[in-house]
Design a protein around this ligand. Sequence first.
Ligand SMILES: [Cu+2]
Length: 132
Amino acid sequence: MAKFSIITIAAVVVAGIVGMIVLMALMMGSMMGGAGSDPSGETPAVGVTEVRLEDFAFAPANIVIDAGTTVTWTNKDNVAHTVTSDDGDELESEYFGRDGTFRHTFDTPGECRYNCEPHPNMHGRVTARPLS
Ligand SMILES: [Cu+2]
């Protein structure tokens, strides 16, 4: 009887430890998911016109296009995001959910830094090059 109790207690303790490890892994995952994106740390993706919103990040976050090009953002997360200019009103999307898209044509050469309204860690940048 005493031996059975020790085995039972050991099983409960092991189950508890496994449960805690699983919980910690889940918490770490959600924290990393919220890490966002920072274009200044990324090599510019030249000629890329498709940007994903995935794991609370713009990917790629730093793109270079020719002026007059249309860029498409597609949300791959289960939460709604926006594409919103840091300054000015070049980019002012509505909230859009999973598989939703937002398109914008950059007619004026220059750099446009943007973010996601509800997620301040999400940053992106579009640089429109003048047509030569
Ligand atoms: Cu967002």
